[in-house]
Design a binder for this molecule. Structure first.
Ligand code: 5RP
Length: 225
């Protein structure tokens, strides 16, 4: 019988916990991502009994879930560095470049990733692609800049659509860019960041993952940077 999507998420979350466990000490600080795969990781971390001192969360939702397990959640401004960041992705390529932001948490995710010494990305193998861009690329935008950012993204060749009913934890909007062939993820990440009004985009290419764990029907594969 084939494993369900939920079982695959749990399996890859367990693989991430097994990977970080030998490195943890009572002083360890962890960055924790957002989404259903990250939630599986929180469930396992919360009952693991492993030594660590606290976490920084990439969203209010993850912070609440961590607190529900009695895990300390700190503001990043109070933390010097994060030993590991564990988070999911919407797409990942063989260079460990990612699209993230399906859950609208991309800006905080990028900040936590930047503050982390080692980024473990966890996903089931349906997220693995040769070329990024089939998943619509999320872009977080200051609300008053919506029209000029939509025009600029259209001029770059994408089909931007405002994500209806979504306001980020930072009080901004999300524009999803469809039909974008992203041949050079680093260049595209830089170019979108140059559009006035853009806060952040969901390409994690300049700071991609350090380790990508992908669960599938035959087990978990590791891809290293
Ligand atoms: C949230 C994210 C998530 O990591 C991404 O959407 C994957 O989520 P899931 O694990 O539920 O498939 O980037 O902003």
């Amino acid at each position: 019988m084939s494993k369900t999507q939920d079982e695959l998420k749990r399996e890859v979350a367990q693989a991430a916990l097994d990977f970080i466990a030998p490195h943890l000490t009572p002083a360890s600080m962890l960055g924790i991502g957002t989404g259903s795969t990250a939630n599986e990781f929180i469930n396992l971390l919360g009952t693991s009994g492993l030594p660590f001192s606290g976490t920084v969360a990439s969203s209010e939702a993850s912070a609440q879930r961590l607190r529900d397990f009695g895990i300390p959640v700190l503001d990043l401004s109070l933390v010097n560095s994060l030993q590991f960041y564990i988070d999911g992705a919407d797409e990942a390529n063989g260079a460990l470049e990612l699209i993230k932001g399906g859950g609208a948490a991309l800006t905080r995710e990028k900040i936590v990733a930047a503050a982390s010494e080692f980024f473990v990305c966890i996903a089931d193998e349906s997220k693995e692609v040769a070329t990024l861009g089939k998943f619509p690329l999320p872009v977080e935008v200051i609300p008053m800049a919506e029209n000029i950012v939509v025009s600029a993204l259209r001029a770059m060749g994408g089909r931007p659509e405002v994500r209806e009913g979504v306001i980020t934890d930072n009080r901004n909007i999300i524009i999803d860019v469809y039909d974008f062939m992203i041949d050079d993820p680093k260049a595209t990440e830089t170019a979108i960041n140059q559009i006035t009004g853009v806060v952040c985009n969901g390409l994690f290419a300049h700071r991609g993952a350090d380790l990508l764990l992908l669960s599938g029907q035959t087990g978990v594969r590791s891809l290293k940077a």
